[in-house]
Design a protein around this ligand. Sequence first.
Ligand code: HEC
Length: 268
Amino acid sequence: MKRLIAVIAMALLPVAALASGAEVALEKANVDLHNEAAIQRGAKYFVNYCLGCHSAKYVRYKLFTKVGLTDDQIKQNLIFDGSKVHAHMTNAMSSEYAAEAFGAPAPDLTLEDRVRGADWVYTYLKSFYTDLGRPTGVNNTVFPNVGMPNVLWELEGIKDPVYRYEVLENGHVVAEFESEEEADAKAKTLEGDVRVEKVVDSFASRRPGKLTAGEFDQVARDLATYLAYIGEPVKLERQRLGVWVLLFLVIFTVLAYMMKKEWWKDVH
Ligand code: HEC
């Protein structure tokens, strides 16, 4: 039965994955859901750096007692607004306000890992780069023209994009150059449907942050682990519910059959 539900869930997943439209190669997050320390650290980063805009409204703070925190530790380290340990991880920002301030509402992140996957989240957090053409001053290779500012810049530092210019002929990349002039020159020698595309090739550090690159990777991994973890209990809950629904249908079918026999027995 569990397998059946898992199969149905899997069948639905690609639909969600499509929404990411990921052309950029994702880095491996290598999250380990048994690493309780990583989940605890991720939760702490989340309440410090993300909860101001993003809720995780299906999660109660109490959940973190399952990864080794006591009620008191949760109160001291994760709750800043006087909420009870049983309260859900919500915030006071309305989606209308966020839409106005950032051009898009900051979505609830309870199921983010289910929607995008841990590798996407990990790579996304590491892919902010300077773009003065954007209202926030940053852009993101994984999520072009994202409304979110780079909230972790103090830890990570500031990165500038290094571009490469791809020459495409009839939709296929035929050459790549570091300079736009060279790409244009090449394009002129081609026939057919030719265009030059500017893509972010890599990043160059403009200003280091408080953390080394390796330490920052760990922060991104901890956050990805935390998001994978909070998405998980909900998944388990859904599976449990699915089992009951199927069980109900079976019992209901039997009852209906018995009732039919009862009703019709005098007719024949
Ligand atoms: C200042 C407000 C703000 C803060 C703080 C913030 N975000 Fe965001 N975030 C946004 C907004 C707004 C969007 C939606 C961007 C869009 O749709 O263009 C977003 C989008 C995202 C997405 C992509 C959602 C999707 O569409 O799948 C993820 C993942 C995310 N944020 C994670 C985080 C994490 C992790 C933190 C903490 C380290 C954080 N955010 C902190 C405002 C914020």
